[in-house]
Design a binder for this molecule. Structure first.
Ligand code: NAD
Length: 355
C-alpha cells in the first residue's frame, strides 16, 4: 500500500521524537512492503518564524490532502509574548478544526514493565490501569469567543446537541469494543452546557443497551482517577475537561512521554500525536522519550490505514524494548539501562519483527 503522510515536526523536542517515529515507520514499510511518503508541514513556532503565522492555509491544505497527519508538538518560551491569535497553539486548534477531527482518543494504560514508575501506591496500580478518554476536540471553551475588555476577560463555552451527540456515539462505540462501561464526565451541577451534555448522553444510552452508562462530575472524576483508576473503562467528556483529565491519567501510568493519541472525524484521515507538549526544558538534549510518538504512528496504521498487524508489530517492539530494561530518563528506575531519544528509536527498530 502507498500512503501519503503529512509530518509536522513542530518545536522543542518535536523534531527529535518525530524522527524516531519516521524511522520506525520506514522499517515497518520495508517489512510489509508498503510505501510511506512524507510531506513536511510547518506549524507552530517554526511557522511563526518562517511565515508570521502558526499555520498558514497552504500548510493546512497539505494536511487536509494527506492520508493522515503525524505531529510532534508545538510551542515554547520564545513565542510566549506573541498576541493570542498568533500563538503556536492556535496552529494546533486551527489544524484540528480544519481537519474536522472532533474525537480525540487517549489511552491511559500502564505497561507492566513500568508499574514502579507510577506515582500511585502499588496496591492501586496492581488493580490495573487500562482505560480510554474520549475527548471532544473542536468545540467548547477553546473554540468559543475570547476577549479582554479593560480588566475583564471573557471566554465563551458553547455546545450544541449535535456536537455532543457525535462525540457521545464515539464514546458508546468505543465502550462496545471494550468492557462496555461508559462514564460521562461533566459539571451539570453548575453548567448549562453540562446539563445538555448529560441529557444527550442519556438519550443515546437507549440506543446502546449493551453499554452501562454512568455519570460523574469532573471534580470527582479527577479524584477517582488517582483513588481507583481500575473502575474506568471508557470516559467521554468535553474538550477542556478531557484535556486536563487526560494529562492526569497519563501521569498515573508513569510518564507523559509514553502516551499516544488519535484524533478522528468523519473520514479516515486522522491526526496522531503524543499527548505531551514540546518540553522546551529538555529540547535538543537527546533525552526525550519518543515512545508516545512511536505509538501514535502505530495508532495511525491501525485506525487510518487498517494495518492492525503492522501496528501490533510496533507495540510488541516497544514492549520487547521495555522488557530488555532500556529506559529514557523520564521512566528511569533502579536497574534500568539509561538511553537517549535516538538510541531508544534504534533499539525499538531492532526489536521489530514481522507478525
Ligand atoms: P510539556 O508536556 O511540554 O512538558 C511537561 C513536562 O513533561 C516537562 O518536564 C517535560 O520535560 C516532560 N516531558 C514532556 N514530554 C516528554 C517526553 N517525550 N519525554 C520526557 N519528558 C517529557 O508541557 P509544558 O511544559 O506545559 O508545555 C511546553 C510547551 O508545549 C508550551 O509551549 C505548551 O503550550 C506546549 N504544548 C503543546 C502541546 C501540543 O503540541 N500538542 C500540548 C501541550 C503543551
Amino acid at each position: 500500500m502507498v500512503k501519503n503522510i503529512a509530518v509536522i515536526r513542530g518545536d522543542g523536542i518535536g523534531p527529535e521524537i518525530v524522527e524516531q517515529a519516521l524511522r520506525v515507520l520506514d522499517r515497518v514499510a520495508e517489512l510489509y512492503g508498503h510505501t510511506f511518503n512524507y510531506t513536511d508541514v510547518d506549524m507552530g513556532g517554526c511557522a511563526i518564524d518562517k511565515y508570521g503565522d502558526p499555520l498558514p492555509e497552504h500548510e493546512l491544505q497539505k494536511c487536509v490532502n494527506s492520508d493522515s497527519v503525524l505531529l510532534g508538538a508545538v510551542g515554547g518560551n520564545k513565542w510566549n509574548d506573541v498576541p493570542g491569535h498568533m500563538r503556536p497553539e492556535k496552529g494546533l486548534l486551527r489544524l484540528r478544526a480544519g481537519m474536522g477531527v472532533y474525537s480525540n482518543n487517549r489511552p491511559a494504560k500502564i505497561w507492566k514493565q513500568l508499574s514502579s514508575a507510577s506515582p500511585l501506591k502499588k496496591e492501586i496500580v496492581d488493580k490495573g490501569i487500562d482505560f480510554i478518554i474520549v475527548r471532544e476536540l473542536i468545540g467548547g471553551i477553546y473554540f468559543g469567543e475570547h476577549k479582554t475588555e479593560g480588566d475583564v476577560a471573557t471566554d465563551v463555552l458553547t455546545y450544541s446537541e449535535s456536537e455532543i451527540e457525535r462525540i457521545g456515539r464515539i464514546g458508546f462505540e468505543t465502550a462496545q469494543k471494550r468492557n462496555k462501561k461508559l462514564c460521562s464526565v461533566e459539571k451539570s451541577n453548575v453548567l448549562d452546557s453540562s446539563r445538555l451534555w448529560k441529557k444527550v448522553m442519556h438519550r443515546l444510552a437507549e440506543e446502546y443497551p449493551d453499554v452501562e452508562l454512568s455519570d460523574m462530575l469532573v471534580d470527582n472524576c479527577a479524584m477517582q482517577i488517582v483513588k481507583n483508576p481500575a473502575q474506568f473503562d471508557v470516559i467521554v467528556t468535553e474538550n477542556m475537561f478531557g484535556d486536563i483529565l487526560s494529562d492526569e491519567a497519563s501521569m498515573i501510568t508513569g510518564s507523559i512521554g509514553m502516551i499516544p493519541s488519535s484524533s478522528l472525524g468523519s473520514t479516515t484521515c486522522g491526526l496522531y500525536e503524543p499527548i505531551h507538549g514540546s518540553a522546551p526544558d529538555i529540547a535538543g538534549k537527546d533525552v526525550a522519550n519518543p515512545i508516545g510518538t512511536i505509538l501514535s504512528a502505530a495508532m495511525m496504521l491501525r485506525f487510518s490505514f487498517d494495518m492492525s498487524k503492522e501496528a501490533e508489530t510496533i507495540e510488541n517492539a516497544v514492549s520487547a524494548y521495555l522488557d530488555a530494561g532500556y529506559r529514557t530518563a523520564d521512566i528511569m528506575s533502579e536497574g534500568g539501562k539509561l538511553v537517549g531519544c535516538k538510541r531508544c528509536g534504534e533499539l525499538i527498530i531492532e526489536k521489530l519483527r514481522k507478525g
